[in-house]
Design a protein around this ligand. Sequence first.
Ligand code: SAM
Length: 312
Amino acid sequence: MLSRRKRSITGKKVASFTEVNIKPDKARKIIRRYHFLINKQKIICNKLGITADPVPPHLEGPADVEDPQEMEKMLLRVQDKGMSRDSLVRCLHYIANEVSKKGGLKDYQLASRVGQSQSRGGDSSKLLVKWLRELQLPQHDPPLTALEIGSLNCHNCISTCKIFKSVTRIDLNNSNDSRGIIRQDFMKRPLPSSDTDRFDLISCSLVLNFVPTPIERGQMLRRLQQFLKRRSLFFLVLPLPCITNSRYIDHLHLARMLEHLGYVQLRRHESSKLYYALYALQNQSVNNTPTSFRHKKVLRDGPGMNNFCILL
Ligand SMILES: C[S@@+](CC[C@H](N)C(=O)[O-])C[C@H]1O[C@@H](n2cnc3c(N)ncnc32)[C@H](O)[C@@H]1O
């Protein structure tokens, strides 16, 4: 999916990667499919009492040739109590095939990058940096540091603005290793033992919506706090429909949830496609999580609404 240009216009050898464009609709489809498969994989692994990450190699091995239509129907039923162990294992093989053999993960990673291409609104950290300049952050000792989760580019505004002495960039993607981006699952990043390992700002731009389940999104939000110094900043970007067209989240619900987690909103902006917000962490969250943040509750409903949800 990446095309490698072997020579520049002047004839010099280059090894730069040019990204092939894919339409947002197609990107969304790929992402939804990937999340669907990973969700089913987790459910099956739970039922079989094995780890999903990584799935034991003997259960990931090549599948027998399966009828895709039959397998897709079976995937929809993996939650059912009556499904046999054999059928669950067949589904696991099928998923492994779909994810790795047919380029599922590769396509997913490419789709992930679509959001940051210039033609689709570009670098969301431009607005972040504009806000940071408005806030006139005082000179800091030690100098400010930032963590960018879901980083696709080490030359975006957050990295070049010179506000931060260092920007740690992480992403699940393995294709980024050579781009100054560490391949790491934030959920597995070792917890900081002191402020030296914490950050003055965490950017989480279009990442939360990539996390497959509402509970895992909540876990990510909670975990984020452990990586922030006191009074530090959290930059959140979500696709606008996650807030404006979801049955389970609206502006007020999100604002209350973040307030409960100890954040104060400093800035907010909505473009035609994205929701941007900058928060300051005032207090670490309290333990008593209100029921409304622990259980799904339909806040509004209508045709064409989505089910984006975060549960704490
Ligand atoms: C749509 S891209 C967003 C990229 C960029 N931040 C932007 O604003 O355009 C989402 C990225 O989040 C990454 N991601 C999702 N969950 C992650 C996790 N737990 N740890 C690290 N990266 C994660 C994915 O690998 C994907 O590359």
